[in-house]
Design a protein around this ligand. Structure first.
Ligand SMILES: Nc1ncnc2c1ncn2[C@@H]1O[C@H](COP(=O)(O)OP(=O)(O)O)[C@@H](O)[C@H]1O
Ligand SMILES: N[C@@H](CC(=O)OP(=O)(O)O)C(=O)O
Length: 470
């Protein structure tokens, strides 16, 4: 749609009634100038609380379940009262919130009874956070005379059935989203859509992975042919490092899709790793902006930057990772075959490989994955190599949890001879031991695995060595 703007507000921008009022002001301003679609995350910490409630339920902790249900109720009730002082509007919205929370409480009680959390029910349950927040902000805008209405993305975003980490089916999503949203947009209405969730073609609830509201927004921007996507967060844009780790990190004016995707993939929480995929083929520009600081222009994510490829741009890190090593007991065993079968097992477990390195003679190799994916990966690897492990052809699978990944990202690093050497020296100067190195042939990213306790020092050292700060 011509001139369509999609705006996504993260949990921090939806965190309190005051924040919701600021977000609503931004929506109203955009909506007064151009067709606008809003995508919202749950109020900050709510998704964690929903998940914790289900864990209490699975463990039979009824008191924990009740306490969390009460806390969720209070949080949204207080927010509703703050946003809607007028009683009839407040009561009507509170009734909607009550019915959404009742659905969640029914699932939680079901889990309590069963003693297990079926992935499908978890997805249905945790999407509740976004349903509550979209109801609140839409009701608030309505109370101010804006024709806003909440939409459950379950009715728009069609996905596969990988519960907890679903992928969109773009054609089916396009059909639903266009059919449902176009008439409303033509009538100058303002849809407020839940981020994070979707449903399979046959209507089973799914979620897109933690932090997935950015991805929801980019899916919708793509299928609706938006002209821009603005992602509102609590930082002035995409920075040369996480400002929580590196105080002199600087905001980048522009970065390429590829750089942003690599940063997100390697742990920069400001963007969900899959966000850019739906936008790249249509060259839809994305802005990362700060809803707490409207004077900051933000970062523009584009196919090519005006400066061109200039080398290292940012350093990122992640610590929720595990290094898994497979080591053939004899060099006679084909390492290549072991590697191929391992990769198949990883694919079957739906795990992403963050880094992979191998040695030449012994043919042992290691790969880095997210800790959350470890149980499924180990289960698949043990099933795949049950004979080799039982007979000792393969040494026991080794898992190291005390590790973290640091990544230096930037287009054009190839043109900087000696860069890798300088980075390794900077890390060593901090007495941090390098465990593994992974560098793709594009040299868009250099990944380095170090011990967890050294990662923050290493990030700061590399950031300084590459001259990335203010
Ligand atoms: N390179 C980076 N640039 C900006 N922020 C980053 C970067 N790496 C990590 N972050 C962190 O990402 C946070 C924003 O992401 P998140 O908390 O998920 O926001 P939201 O709730 O708005 O989705 C920032 O507060 C910041 O600490
Ligand atoms: N609420 C979901 C989805 C999300 O994207 O949240 P946020 O925008 O706050 O990172 C989560 O916490 O995973």
């Amino acid at each position: 749609m011509k001139n369509l703007l999609v705006m996504k507000f993260g949990g921090t921008s939806m965190g309190t009634a005051e924040r919701i009022k600021s977000a609503a002001a931004l929506c109203e301003d955009a909506h007064s100038h151009r067709p606008t679609v809003v995508v919202v995350s749950a109020m900050s910490k709510v998704t964690d609380m929903l998940l914790e409630t289900l864990r209490h339920a699975e463990g039979g902790d009824e008191r924990g379940v009740d306490a969390n249900l009460a806390a969720l109720d209070h949080k949204h009730r207080d927010c509703c009262a703050d946003l809607l002082p007028d009683l009839p509007a407040r009561n009507a919205t509170q009734a909607l919130l009550d019915s959404i929370l009742l659905e969640f409480s029914r699932i939680a009680r079901g889990v309590l009874m069963l003693g297990e959390r079926p992935p499908r029910s978890v997805d249905e349950a945790i999407a509740v956070g976004e349903r509550l927040s979209s109801t609140l902000i839409a009701a608030y805008m309505k109370s101010r005379g804006v024709e806003a209405f909440a939409v459950n993305a379950r009715d728009l975003v069609v996905t596969d059935a990988v519960f907890g980490n679903a992928s969109p089916l773009m054609d089916q999503t396009r059909e639903k989203a266009v059919n449902q949203l176009k008439p409303a947009l033509e009538q100058r209405k303002l849809p407020v859509i839940t981020g994070f969730n979707g449903a399979t073609m046959d209507g089973r609830a799914t979620t897109l992975g933690r932090g997935g509201s950015d991805f929801s927004a980019s899916i919708l921007a793509s299928v609706l042919d938006a002209s821009e996507l603005w992602i509102w967060s609590d930082v002035d844009g995409i920075m040369s490092a996480d400002p929580r780790l590196v105080p002199n990190a600087k905001v980048l004016d522009e970065i390429t899709y590829r750089e942003a995707a690599e940063l997100a993939y390697n742990g920069a929480k400001v963007l969900h790793p899959r966000t850019l995929v739906p936008l790249m083929e249509k060259d839809i520009p994305v802005w990362s902006k700060n809803s707490f600081n409207l004077t900051a222009p933000g970062t523009r994510i584009v196919p090519e930057t005006r400066e061109g490829p200039i080398g290292p741009r940012a350093v990122t890190s992640m610590t929720n990772v595990a290094l898994v090593t497979l080591d053939p007991a004899s060099a006679l065993l084909s390492g290549t075959k072991i590697m191929a079968r391992s990769l198949e097992a990883l694919a079957a477990a739906n795990a992403e490989v963050l880094a992979l390195t191998s040695s030449s003679y012994r043919q042992n190799f290691c790969f880095l994955i997210r800790t959350a994916e470890l149980p499924a990966v180990i289960e698949r690897l043990e099933a795949t190599f049950s004979i080799e492990l039982t007979h000792g052809y393969l040494n026991p699978i080794d898992v190291e949890l005390d590790v973290g990944l640091l990544a230096i990202v930037g287009e054009g690093m190839k043109g900087h001879p000696g860069l890798a050497g300088r980075i390794f020296t900077a890390i060593s100067r901090e007495m941090v031991n390098i465990i593994a190195i992974a560098q793709g042939s594009s040299e868009l990213t250099i990944g380095i695995v170090v011990r967890k306790d050294g990662i923050e020092k290493a990030v700061r050292a590399v950031h300084a060595e590459c001259g990335l700060g203010n």
